[in-house]
Design a protein around this ligand. Structure first.
Ligand SMILES: C[S@@+](CC[C@H](N)C(=O)[O-])C[C@H]1O[C@@H](n2cnc3c(N)ncnc32)[C@H](O)[C@@H]1O
Length: 332
């Protein structure tokens, strides 16, 4: 695992402009062999020399923005129309960073109306607002199903038992063209035992299926190294649902160590970390080694950490000093 470089006077002073208190709005918090973590708001970071130099060169913007919640969380979520107009404003600026064949992938969870067992449409409107404001194509809408999620919203799901557990997030893959760089052979699922058996036997029942599909004599005899992933993403158990390359990166013990580290420093572990496997999936699917991945709302820097392991260049931005400090552990 690469070591983080020491935070030097020059890296701290590496910023554009200062706020009214004289503090730089954006600072370079730490750098590794393959990436840099900027601390500050993305609105300011977009004017920073490091991000400006990436315009038109980024292969993947991968992020989970501060989604609109019922109650404000510590990391300062905006609500309602305010949230939408903020995202609308950011969308073209983040898109400017993209290479012509680059992609933007946004993960966003569901939100519920305060005091009511009904869902807010705000997360979906936010995705639409982002896509429209940036003039992006929607390449694919995926669902990330997290089976390990605790039942909620508690009042409707576990107390009154009138709703089902909210267990997935929306993942929108967008790009400037309908044909951004992508290769589903880089996110192949392990073959099932039946398929492996079939490949060994080299015989099966060809012909018409009840669905009226015609299965040819040799359709299933080519070993492609694995099965094609579905747009329903699941990274818990069983491992047969997790792409082979993604399994190499996933490391749940690391997450426990991250939490312990934050507690030892007396800082809060990030409460809404994404599954590292989700970042690994899109980095593998949409980029090649050496490509550049940016996360403008990096939190505990899951994206940068996974990108580093996968041999990609990365750049992350996070507004909270505590989350930046905690994220440094990932590279030690
Ligand atoms: C959903 S969390 C991201 C979690 C992250 N994917 C992880 O795995 O840890 C969103 C993050 O955006 C940060 N944030 C909110 N507003 C921001 C802004 N204007 N600029 C940069 N970061 C911001 C929050 O502090 C929060 O950590």
């Amino acid at each position: 695992m690469p070591k983080t470089k020491k935070r030097t006077a020059s890296s701290i002073a590496d910023h554009d402009g200062r706020d009214s208190t004289g503090r730089p709005p954006v600072t370079s918090a730490y750098s590794t062999r393959s990436g840099t973590m900027l601390q500050g708001r993305v609105e300011d970071a977009l004017k920073h020399r490091v991000l400006r130099s990436k315009r038109g060169l980024v292969n993947l913007v991968f992020t989970s923005p501060p989604f609109p919640l019922i109650r404000k969380k510590k990391y300062g979520n905006r609500v309602g129309e305010d949230y939408l107009s903020w995202l609308r404003d950011l969308a073209p600026k983040l898109t400017e960073l993209l290479a012509d064949d680059g992609s933007i992938v946004i993960e966003i969870g569901n939100a519920w109306e305060p005091g009511s067992p009904t869902m807010s449409t705000l997360p979906l409107r936010a995705l639409l607002a982002f896509q429209e404001a940036a003039g992006l194509q929607l390449c694919q809408h995926m669902i990330c199903h997290n089976t390990a999620r605790l039942p909620g919203p508690a009042e409707w799901v576990t107390v009154r038992r009138i709703r089902l557990k909210d267990s997935y997030t929306h993942v929108w893959w967008m790009a400037k063209t309908a044909f951004p760089k992508a290769d589903n052979r880089r996110v192949l699922l392990p073959y099932s035992a039946e398929m492996k058996d079939l490949l060994r036997r080299r015989t099966y029942n060809a012909g018409e299926r009840p669905s009226e599909h015609i299965v040819g004599e040799k359709s299933f005899l080519t070993d492609n190294g694995g099965a094609i992933s579905a747009s329903l993403l699941e990274f818990d158990e069983p491992a047969s649902r997790v792409p082979i390359d993604v399994q190499k990166v996933a490391n749940t013990r690391h997450e426990a160590e991250y939490v312990r580290y934050c507690k030892s420093l007396g800082i809060p572990p990030h409460p809404a970390r994404m599954q590292p496997q989700l970042a690994a999936f899109f980095i593998s699917f949409l980029t090649s080694p050496g490509d550049t991945v940016i996360d403008p709302f990096a939190g505990s820097n899951t994206t940068g950490w996974v990108a580093e392991q996968m041999g990609r260049q990365w750049l992350s931005v996070e507004a909270s000093a505590d989350y930046v400090l905690g994220s440094k552990m990932r590279f030690q």
